[in-house]
Design a binder for this molecule. Structure first.
Ligand SMILES: Cc1cc2nc3c(=O)[nH]c(=O)nc-3n(C[C@H](O)[C@H](O)[C@H](O)COP(=O)(O)OP(=O)(O)OC[C@H]3O[C@@H](n4cnc5c(N)ncnc54)[C@H](O)[C@@H]3O)c2cc1C
Length: 432
């Protein structure tokens, strides 16, 4: 690796942890019993716990690491409408009415998260910055044009078409063939958002036990016994909120979630005015390639944070610096000499049908598999799950009707990932 790309104080931990160091929570003994035990202390687990504890249910959140150690303190902080499948795909599977209801949940989540952050007064740099979605080829631009023209009835959204000649108003780059702007998409500081949730969960009465991996869940009569690293806890209700970090303790869920590493670099502080040239309107940005890249300015508008998938197999974040830097400078040649101060990775929870899933399997509740768009979805569906546990009808969602599929011979190790990435790489290169 070319050492000169790295700053002298380079770190392979998330840039976000500079402003929000890993939380230190008062150590507690593992309670013997609780009404609700939540496994995982990311956005899903904490949003569930906020609801259950505020509604009077004794709640304990358990995490194998420290609080929010998973995707929730490592992500790109881009907030979108989130559901990946198109109306046509979902209609073929579930019929038009159900497809509309499902996609509406993504739109609801995007609106809800802004309202929630405002109501809860969470200080996390939330901003409706809008998204520029770049077309990486002329034919992709035509596809985007068609997509805007043919928005399904009842799901129309404000979207602006940006031609190549207008592109510099959105991005200081000639890389794209135009694109579209989703004005309602947003950005936030993910670790500060997580910190806000953590404070509200604790204030609401949730107990949080970190460094306490759950090893096994057993049903015994009306209750569940959770065997953990710190002993056994009995719970009336169990919630699995482990998404991309789902492991052997919950084999049913593990067979349904595909953990895929996503990698991010942060540049050093850029010279004054450069970020204004590169991302003038402070948009979050992604593009039409199958192998997604996603990037934005840091909330203080001094750096660029650039994420994507650069290797066939999982790799060390330090090894991903160079290929990510190459991708970054293809879009922004202005950054050819810019050094990288942080590089990190985390696991995104994908699913076979590209949909998030929430529901109840053999009495164990779950919400997971947000397919890389979990900032709004995990908080929204985590909240809804907590509301359902508290007996509130606003927790109902059409998502619980959707079957959480697996595939034969899949037990949690995505052996098919490298060939799939290679295939997508070829599509991006040759099918333009
Ligand atoms: C690098 C990266 C970039 C991303 N960028 C974006 C983005 O820009 N926009 C977006 O919308 N989404 C993004 N995502 C996805 C988003 O971060 C996740 O969907 C979201 O954080 C999931 O939250 P969660 O609470 O469900 O799971 P997580 O935050 O991943 O938390 C799961 C927790 O479960 C714990 N756990 C696992 N097993 C056990 C066990 N047996 N016992 C106890 N605890 C256990 C883990 O330690 C972990 O803390 C990104 C993800 C990554 C990794």
């Amino acid at each position: 690796m070319n050492e000169s790309i790295l700053t002298a104080n380079y770190k392979n931990t998330p840039y976000w942890w500079e402003k929000t160091p890993r939380p230190i929570i008062k150590e507690i003994d593992l309670p013997e019993e609780t009404e609700v035990a939540v496994i995982g202390s990311g956005y899903t687990g904490l949003c569930t716990a906020i609801q259950t504890s505020r509604n009077g249910l004794d709640t304990v959140v358990l995490d194998a690491q420290d609080a929010g150690w998973g995707g929730s303190s490592r992500n790109g902080g881009q907030v979108s409408t989130s559901l990946k499948p198109s109306f046509q795909e979902l209609s073929r599977k579930y019929g038009e009415e159900r497809a509309r209801e499902l996609l509406k949940e993504g739109i609801n989540a995007l609106k809800w998260i802004g309202d929630f952050i405002q109501e809860e007064k969470i200080d996390c740099d939330f901003k409706r910055s809008g998204r520029f979605y770049g077309a990486h080829s002329q034919s992709q631009f035509k596809q985007l044009e068609k997509r805007i023209r043919e928005q399904p009835e009842g799901l129309e959204m404000d979207v602006d078409l940006i031609s190549k000649s207008q592109q510099h108003t959105e991005i200081g780059s000639d890389f794209y063939h135009g694109g579209i702007v989703h004005p309602y998409h947003a950005s936030l500081d993910p670790a500060r958002f997580h910190r806000g949730l953590l404070e509200r969960a604790l204030t609401g009465g949730t107990q949080i036990k970190t460094k306490c991996a759950v090893k096994k869940i057993e049903k015994k009569g009306e209750v569940f016994l959770l065997q953990t690293e710190a002993g056994t806890i009995t719970a009336r209700q169990v919630v699995v909120a482990t998404s991309g970090y789902t492991g052997a303790a919950t084999p049913w869920h593990r067979r349904r979630v595909i953990p895929i590493g996503s990698y991010i670099i942060a540049t050093e502080s850029l010279e004054e005015g450069l970020v204004d040239e590169l991302i003038p309107k402070d948009r979050v940005i992604s593009d039409t390639r199958k192998l997604v890249v996603y990037y934005r300015a840091s909330p203080d508008r001094k750096r660029i944070l650039f994420g994507g998938r650069v290797s066939l197999n999982e790799t060390d974040p330090e090894k991903s610096v160079k290929p990510l830097h190459i991708q970054l400078t293809k879009i922004f040649p202005q950054l050819a000499e810019t050094k990288i101060s942080h590089s990190w990775m985390g696991f995104v929870g994908y699913t076979f049908d590209h949909m998030p899933h929430t529901g109840n399997q053999d009495g164990v509740h779950y919400s997971m598999g947000y397919c890389g768009s979990g900032v709004s979805l995990s908080s929204y569906f985590g909240t809804k799950l907590g509301q359902r546990l508290a007996g509130l009808t606003e927790g109902n969602t059409v998502l619980t009707d959707i079957k959480f599929q697996t595939r034969p011979f899949y037990s949690g190790n995505p052996w098919f990932l490298a060939p799939s990435i290679l295939y997508y790489r070829l599509l991006d290169r040759y099918l333009r």
